[in-house]
Design a protein around this ligand. Structure first.
Ligand SMILES: Cc1cc2nc3c(=O)[nH]c(=O)nc-3n(C[C@H](O)[C@H](O)[C@H](O)COP(=O)(O)O)c2cc1C
Length: 134
């Protein structure tokens, strides 16, 4: 199998732009659901009122291309990629982009400081507590 077709994931935390209206959260999630389904990307988006945390997974070339677009999106900044790498199998097979709000501010702030497996572990522990919306 070629590298470009293996499953790959990226996890990052970012901060919503100060001038972005809250309505962008729903707009981003709705756009992501449709656009991701079209290129077989799955994942999850979490929002705590200030920060986003997103996991995207799919073919490596598609994930990297999406991440390029996300980096350039002025609706958020301070994008900290805390993990990227190959995945043996998808984590969110059933969600083109699941979404959840969280009340607790500290968790995403903490993820901003973590790297690699430590970040993935905190992220997956957080996911287990959420009621994800498809
Ligand atoms: C926090 C955040 C997460 C995003 N996630 C996705 C995503 O999962 N899929 C997607 O297609 N666009 C996502 N976007 C939007 C992209 O940054 C970009 O606006 C979009 O891919 C452009 O699509 P277009 O070229 O079809 O207009 C996200 C934007 C933000 C701010």
């Amino acid at each position: 199998m070629k590298t470009a077709s293996k499953t790959y994931e990226i996890l990052y935390v970012s901060t919503m732009a100060a001038d972005a209206p809250l309505a962008i959260v729903g707009a981003v999630a709705a756009h992501a659901r449709i656009a991701n389904a079209a290129c077989d990307i799955t994942g999850v988006l979490i929002f705590d009122g200030v920060r986003f945390c997103q996991q995207i997974e799919g073919r490596q070339k598609d994930v990297l291309a999406l991440m390029e677009r996300i980096y350039q999106d002025a609706r958020h900044f301070n994008i900290e990629m805390f993990h990227h790498g190959p995945l043996p199998g998808r984590r969110f097979n059933h969600f083109s982009m699941a979404f959840s709000n969280i009340e607790e501010i500290g968790v995403l702030e903490r993820l901003e400081q973590l790297n690699g497996q430590q970040g993935v572990d905190v992220f997956m522990a957080l996911i287990a507590t959420l009621n994800l919306q498809a």
